[in-house]
Design a protein around this ligand. Structure first.
Ligand code: ADP
Ligand code: ZN
Length: 294
């Protein structure tokens, strides 16, 4: 069997083909330009292989209800030219194979639970802290989607009394993403996140905001583990700060594992989404085969 996987991001599409053992045969990175040019390159890559199933983890928001007209489409993205693009439809038309369709972060959560930091668990949350903040959820080994996919980056958190920063979210200004995604680090300090000194006071604020969000997710979903990824989590010291602030905020209210065992860094750095997409391709093929049998 050959599986195709796409982690479709706002800046690049990572495409790969893997065999049954999930050994990647070939992988490419395509810059996300206009849809037509981007898909031309995506097709040129996958056309080389007799793919049996495909998995797509896409930037959102996306339509995920099979009975809705916008199923498989990119919805209200600020990314020029991409709103309304029938991503899944185009892929299915070209390859006519079972195709899994979910968000990049849901795919990443699936990758992490099957092969990454959450391996062996049956539920997890994956949160990326990068240009934006987004989360994916796996429950009972299935990617979770309801009326839509989770949008875990846009919840409100309690602002620190001394924090006067207005926030970067174009929709809500000071939601979690607005206050704690990568760009907020630079907007507050004038220094890019990757260049900020380790002893800068902003890291405590950053950890506090993330810990508040993780507390909310925990209270609502109580997953077995939370996995953190994205550019900002390259800061080694930040994870410890988040873990200790989380413990403090929870205040012993709920029985949770030790924070060091509960809040983990991604096990598949920069690859969780792609590997998740490949794994979802296999799952989709199996689902399809079972449907045909019954
Ligand atoms: P994207 O979210 O676009 O996929 P990343 O996950 O790499 O990409 O996130 C990019 C954001 O993370 C930028 O705002 C960048 O400044 C920030 N970032 C990247 N590396 C670091 C780092 N080592 N420390 C702090 N912030 C970082
Ligand atoms: Zn927001």
């Amino acid at each position: 069997m050959l599986y195709g996987g796409i982690e479709a991001g706002g800046t690049k599409f990572i495409c790969a083909v893997a065999d049954d053992k999930f050994h990647v045969k070939e992988k490419i990175s395509i810059p996300t330009t206009d849809p037509q040019t981007t898909f031309k390159k995506v097709f040129a890559f996958f056309d080389q292989y007799p793919i049996d199933a495909m998995g797509i983890g896409s930037f959102g928001p996306i339509g995920i209800q099979p009975d809705q007209e916008n199923y498989g489409h990119i919805l209200a993205t600020p990314k020029a030219g991409w709103r309304g693009v029938d991503f899944l439809g185009q892929m299915k038309q070209r390859y006519q194979v079972p195709t899994a369709w979910t968000t990049d972060v849901n795919a990443a959560a699936f990758g992490e639970i099957k092969q990454g930091a959450a391996k062996g668990k049956h539920s997890c949350i994956y949160l990326t802290i990068g240009t934006g903040i987004g989360g994916g959820v796996v429950i009972n080994d299935e990617v979770f989607q309801g009326i839509s996919h989770p949008e875990m980056g846009h919840l409100y958190i309690k602002r620190h009394p001394e924090d006067t920063y207005s926030g970067t979210c174009p929709y809500h200004k000071d939601c979690l993403e607005g206050l704690a995604a990568g760009p907020s680090l630079e907007a507050r300090t004038g220094i890019k996140g990757e260049e900020l000194p380790l002893d800068h006071s902003i890291w405590d604020l950053q950890a506090n905001y993330l810990a508040q969000a993780l507390m909310t997710y925990t209270l609502i979903l109580a997953p077995e583990v939370i996995v953190l990824g994205g550019g900002v989590m390259n800061q080694d010291h930040l994870l410890k700060k988040v873990q200790s602030q989380f413990t403090e905020l929870m205040a012993g209210y709920m029985e949770v594992p030790k924070a060091e065992e509960y809040i983990l860094r991604w096990g598949l750095p920069n690859e969780s989404g792609l590997i998740g997409a490949l794994l979802l391709a296999k799952k989709e093929l199996e689902k399809n085969n079972n449907r045909n049998l019954s």
